[in-house]
Design a protein around this ligand. Sequence first.
Ligand code: SDX
Length: 436
Amino acid sequence: MSTDKNKQPGATAKLDTLGGTHSFPIMEGTVGPSVIDISKLYAQTGQFTYDPGFTSTASCESKITYIDGDEGVLLYRGYPIDQLAEQSNFLEVAYLLLNGELPAKGKFEEFEHAITHHTMIHEQLRHLFSGFRRDAHPMAVMCGVVGALSAFYHDSTDINDPYQRMVASRRLIAKMPTIAAMAYKYSVGQPFVYPRNDLDYTANFLHMCFAVPAGEYKVSPTLARAMDRIFILHADHEQNASTSTVRLASSSGANPFACIAAGIACLWGPAHGGANEAALNMLREIGTVDRIPEYVKKAKSKDDPFRLMGFGHRVSKNYDPRARVMQQTCHEVLAELGIKDDPLLDVAIELERIALSDEYFIEKKLYPNIDFYSGITLKAMGFPTTMFTALFALARTVGWVAQWMEMIDDPAQRIGRPRQLYTGYTHRDYVPAAKR
Ligand code: SDX
């Protein structure tokens, strides 16, 4: 991990621009790049900064997740992702992300009991599903139903009340698996399966997805462990697009259910959480190993919008540590299910080998990201491709909620309202239609 050796407390950044030289304070983090506080830039210079895509902009101070993209480091509250994936469980990671510490004895049991006893949704919400076509994309259903929670849980929408914030956070974490499972059941025309309090968080989710009234469904401990690890890998990732969406929506004081629905909508995009669905569709389109060079050529062509889905990352310019755990989980799940040779996995492994040895990908530091192997794993577990991003949203709800709570407690936070570089018309007078 690269720590900034040039830390100089009290240092300032000098900027020579309109009106002379201006100084701006440099703020140091515990690790990673320091930041230049430009919050007074406009007042001092009458100028804005310009940073489309926010490649060089820190939107907030946070203690939740640290990424060192060059070193392939990912820490949740300081704990390395591979240690948590190996030794913890998703609900304990949720507690860690929300509270900042691993739960002491007794604390986890209280948290787990609270989550377990909030997994049911208002019975009236079942009717909302029947308003959708059966072939509606599960992410469209998730956007609608999660947003609708604000119409049912009025007693936990006042973001200024810490108790209501705690209740809303637990309701969201508890009900997301139920809603995601219902979206799946609705899409396949099977009856909804109620949550069960005798199953743990992830086993309960798999049971709600794959049990049917006609018989008993035993959740495979190996698959439940794999699913739980996949949830851990997807729980949070610093200020990514959907987390920034949740923070921006929350900055206006909107209720937490509406803000999480906004995060779900953003995550759906193929450049973000939708990449796991797009990556599997890409592997299907490539089909066989011998067709890989044709697609690698397309991905490298400036004239072709095609990109290798599941490759590349705004921050991770090294092998995404999550992708490594994801690949290992993929092999475990295929072995558990007795899937000896998955042609899609063969294509994925060969595509990764070719891409990682290709000058274009090396020069642009494009490595497999978390979405590259997740699709093969989830498909093997029985999920349709359209459910992949819904599973991502289920897990990322924990990160969104943790970031939302941190933002509300941050005294520096105010409504997010970026400015612009205006290049449109200057003043001109209206021309009546008869004179145009
Ligand atoms: C997630 O932010 C997060 O943390 C997100 C996430 C999380 O946990 O929340 O990690 C989850 O969203 C992972 C990313 C999933 N998306 C994909 O796999 C889609 C494919 N990847 C690309 O669309 C792209 O890599 C992005 C969107 C992920 C990153 O885009 P950037 O940072 O804007 O980078 P870029 O598009 O400027 O790419 C830099 C160069 C470009 O070439 P030049 O214009 O410099 O010549 O690399 C090229 C790109 O054309 N490039 C690719 C590529 N990704 C980037 N070329 C081919 N295939 C790719 N996948």
